[in-house]
Ligand binder design. Structure first.
Ligand code: PEP
Ligand code: MG
Length: 327
């Protein structure tokens, strides 16, 4: 597509039938957040808090953390900001949290798991997020990376509640979490699928190895099936509440991995049941433009084609060819 020909993103993602698909930004700092707001992002779908403190050999102080988070919240008054707790380890080492002698860091003590090895850091981070949220106008949601089991999700929700944070969620980036998404979403309010890691772990292909790029592709139908399982889990968990009421709507499931920035794949994700997409701000105009060309039934049909394809290459080719015809 010709980038220059795209209209500016006007700040409201929607399908051709008017159905809204909020388009959010992935950010790593206050400066990033300001740029994302200027680009029209409807909120932040992923604040990578470890990016605020990369390379530090000491835990950031409470004041440093509050200041860093508040800078992001202030860029989005009245909007949703999803804060991810520190995702240290593997491709994102934080010397104060990670052990660089592990034999397989991607399968090691990383993300939420560091709370077992280094207790206290997570609770202190949640306290800092809560303080920054209290004094801001942003709608702050908080999620943990690398959640693998319903028990971990439940414990994280408890830590959020203890810190006074109202909307706890988890990232789904480990296949076990996608398989049990229904159970996990009974314990938290939302999920955000990290397709970068979900692809790496589903395909057993290191995301940092260029030689495995063909396997490491979120168009892999196996990955798409797990994304669908997660969205289905959100619907199942939304329908069954503890009050025993009738359907209350789905627990929201979004995508915040690179997959959301690929316009044709964004259509497929919506067709699989994903409600929001979060991406690098530069991808917003192209994704917004393609979503406006399809209605939900069309997106679901294309998702069906991709799910049934025998390879990532064929899934991609089929969907892209159909989208060109629709234009
Ligand atoms: C992901 O894994 O898709 C994700 C969004 O998190 P990160 O890329 O920071 O691991
Ligand atoms: Mg990840």
């Amino acid at each position: 597509a010709n980038r220059a020909a795209l209209p500016d993103f006007d700040g409201a993602g929607a399908l051709a039938d008017g159905r809204s698909v909020p388009l959010l930004a992935n950010v790593g700092s206050g400066t990033d957040a300001v740029a994302a707001a200027e680009a029209g992002a409807e909120g932040v779908g992923l604040l990578r808090t470890e990016f605020c403190f990369l390379g530090r050999d000491k835990e950031p102080t409470h004041e440093e953390q509050v200041e860093a988070y508040r800078a992001v919240f202030d860029a989005f008054p009245g909007r949703k900001v999803v804060v991810r707790t520190l995702d240290a380890g593997a491709d994102k080492p934080l010397p104060f949290l990670t052990d660089d002698t592990e034999p397989n860091p991607a399968l090691g003590v990383r993300g939420y798991r560091t709370d077992g090895a280094t207790p206290g850091v997570l609770a202190r981070q949640l306290a800092a997020i809560a303080e920054a949220a209290e004094n801001s106008r942003a709608d702050v949601w908080t999620m943990a990376p690398m959640i693998s089991t319903p028990a971990e999700a439940e414990r994280f929700a408890g830590l959020c509640a203890a810190a006074g944070l109202r909307t706890p969620g988890v990232m789904v980036e480990v296949p076990s979490a996608a398989v049990l998404a229904g159970q996990i979403l009974q314990r938290v309010d939302f999920a955000s699928i990290g397709t970068n890691d979900l692809t790496q772990y589903t395909m057993a292909a290191d995301r940092q190895l260029g030689a495995l790029a063909e396997l490491n592709d979120p168009w892999q139908p196996a990955v798409l099936h797990l994304i669908k399982a997660t969205a289905d889990g959100g619907r199942a968990a939304g329908g069954a509440t503890s009050e025993g009421s009738a359907t209350t709507g789905a627990k929201p499931v979004g995508v915040c991995g690179e997959a959301a920035a690929d316009p044709a794949l964004a259509v497929v994700l919506v067709g699989l049941g994903v409600a929001t997409l979060s991406m690098n701000r530069r991808a917003l105009p192209a994704v917004a433009a393609i979503l406006r060309t399809v209605d939900l039934a069309e997106a679901q049909r294309l998702a069906g084609l991709a799910l049934a394809a025998p390879s990532a290459a064929e899934a991609k080719e089929l969907v892209r060819a159909e989208l060109l015809e629709l234009e």
